[in-house]
Design a protein around this ligand. Sequence first.
Ligand code: TH1
Length: 832
Amino acid sequence: KKTTTAKKAAPAPTAEGFAVDVSVEQFKESIVRNLNTTLGTDVEKASDKAWWGATAAAVNELVFSRLSQTQKTHLNKDTRAVHYLSLEFLMGRLMGNNLQSLGLFENAAQALKELGHEITDLAEEEPDMALGNGGLGRLAACFIDSLASLNYPAIGYGIHYEHGLFRQTIQQGRQIERPDSWREYGNPWEICRPESTQEVPLFGYVETVFENDGSLRKVWHPGSVIKGVPWDIPIVGYKGTTVNILRLWESRASEFFDWDAFNAGAYKDAQGEQNLAETVSKVLYPNDETEAGKQLRLVQQYFFCACSLKDIMRRYKRAHGNDFSKYAEQIVIQLNDTHPTVAIPELMRVFMDEEGLNWEDAWAICQNAFAYTNHTLLPEALEKWPVYLFERVLPRHLEIIYEINRRFLDEVEAQWPGDDAKKIKLSLIEEGAQRMIRMGNLCVVGSYKVNGVAAVHSELVKSDLFPEFYEMWPEKFVNVTNGVTPRRWLKACNPRLSSLISETIGSDWPGQLDKLVALKPYADKPAFQKKYMQAKRENKLELVNTIRELTGVEVSPDAIFDVLIKRLHEYKRQHLNLLHILALYRRLLENPNMDFHPMVFLFGAKAAPGYKLAKEIIYAINKVADRINNDPRIKDKLKVVFLPNYRVSLAEKLIPAADLSEQISTAGYEASGTGNMKMALNGALTMGTMDGANIEIAEEAGEENMFIFGLSVDEVKETKAKGYNPWDYYYGNPEIKAVLDWLDTDYFTPGEPGALSAIKRSLLDGGDPYLVLADFESYSEAHKRANEMYKDQKAWAKSAILNTAQMGKFTSDRSIEDYVERIWSLKKCDVK
Ligand code: TH1
């Protein structure tokens, strides 16, 4: 009998607006089953942590099949892929994002509700994966999200740190660092792949072997070998067909090495090596934009580059054997800042010493395989390694770098005959008492593209950082403005605004953020303004509770929420905000009935543990907060809150509740910024300088919908060239003098006069390198405009809506398409 196979009914679209094939009932069944079989508990006695674990396991059942499907497809099609090498991936929590990407968030929430749990509460059980410091690491996380969402073959490579960025507590106003133990109780999102373990040589010496045919061969005899074990984290693309991986390497002692030392009777040495091996991936260096120059950091960099290149080579050979002519066609390796630069000489070494290629062929491949992203112009962030360290740790790589340099300086000679000054400036080696390797120069020489991260920054890379390189190779230099994933930074973190947007203009904006412009006509509509401001208010109410729980401070949702969240650094000028708060406080004390809408100033910031002044600024913020928050005279018109342990999951609570977004770096110093994009997208108005991506945000949102202040990049340069003197501002502006002198008293630190003087000293005796005093008055005026405008809720709502509507450019999907077009030349690869 002939049977007609009925067409399977299309799965019902979920609240996310796209189809998945898991019902609430099925999800419930999966959670309960995983509670039993994966977590070894049951519905009666399971803890919240176990419920979270079971939900994660239920998600994984859907993710892993898609992961292997993606890997099969990529292998079969043998597509060109990008390999994103980064020492940092600041992933945060993964549950919400994975559920959103699968279109399952609503169903999962309903399933949990029916099982007696709130998904938002369970989500709090997940520790942040904080394997990064700040913007650079979070950018890497947004980029791998977008790569998967756009169906590009891509893999992220990094280090599986046992401890991510330290946990910050505040004791008596001071930052205390505690270790971060994100994996203490296991991590459901990662899969160990011991079969792909790699060995990494270190130390030792190089032997020159004279072959019979008269040629030379270099043999590196390492003094030590460590193992790299990969952990894979599936990266689920939005709408869930492509699942790429983030592969993180964990260091282990190599059995093979212990043996040598053990036989030699040097058991203690073997132990020592064991310690080194296990130290390599122990902890993330907590320095944002400062180069520490420590041997262990260099070993970390080489360790993960060597493991990753071996992994890339293994996959390449599976398809192409020993024919390397297709290497640069199939493989692009993106260097996230100079931290993975050592990958360049490492690939040269592998091609020449292990695969037998000659210099010219090896170099041609390398130069077409690497591309480099510069993220900062700050001199203290530009990596330089002492030659002696390379000599000790990577002797063969030092030889290769010398040879790259020798050939490169010949090119410089050809371009500028006889110009030794040019050679001194461009050389990969900085001469001096301590000879140093300039990693930025090595990157530019070894890469086929170099990009900055915002329009103004990319111009400065060409004009100020690498002008001669730009003259030699103008076509190498491109811009790719940063972006953020709207899935995490609007859809998941701000469900109220997201629902309102979807009800108003449809639900396809998370994958096509340009569509937000459809909100523009609503900016004037009172009914929409009301709903928009209602969503903001509810977000603020939620934050009010969080603030109370975390700090005990009571704030009003009627106040303006002013948010400054980023790493603590002088160039980001948290102290400019603090001085202005002191000025407001003074004005209120002098005139308690001053025309002023109440404000809450919210800070979140970690300081690098060795950065003294940054820690003093945190202390000052906390001491000033104590005094102001407990001063009845100002009748709650001013509150200052320092939220401890700022991290991705805290950002997700602050950003949807922000009214004002503080982006107040000295112009020319913040390469791009990405928090600026997240807050504008969520309807905060930017209080900002014309720096980094703020400039492009102003182009999109309109300057009238922001509060722009301060010196421009050119004016900063002029001011410095003319000889800036902060004392002129101190004596010229009585308010500046008063607030700075206040810091010398014991007003904020009873019994301890001068406890906050470090800030004043850095601004006056220290020369105020970031022009805080020069921008103070303009900043204060901008704040007056903001405060005035807030009283007109309709005008404010309109500007806020226009910000959301016009942030389409800043999706990381657009950044990725720019990389594809300008640098990577990838093709989309659909996964069925
Ligand atoms: C940041 C930049 O400061 C920021 O402006 C930019 O938006 C972000 O990168 C992403 O492009 C940087 N973070 C680091 C971290 C280290 C070294 C240099 C930079 S630049 C460790």
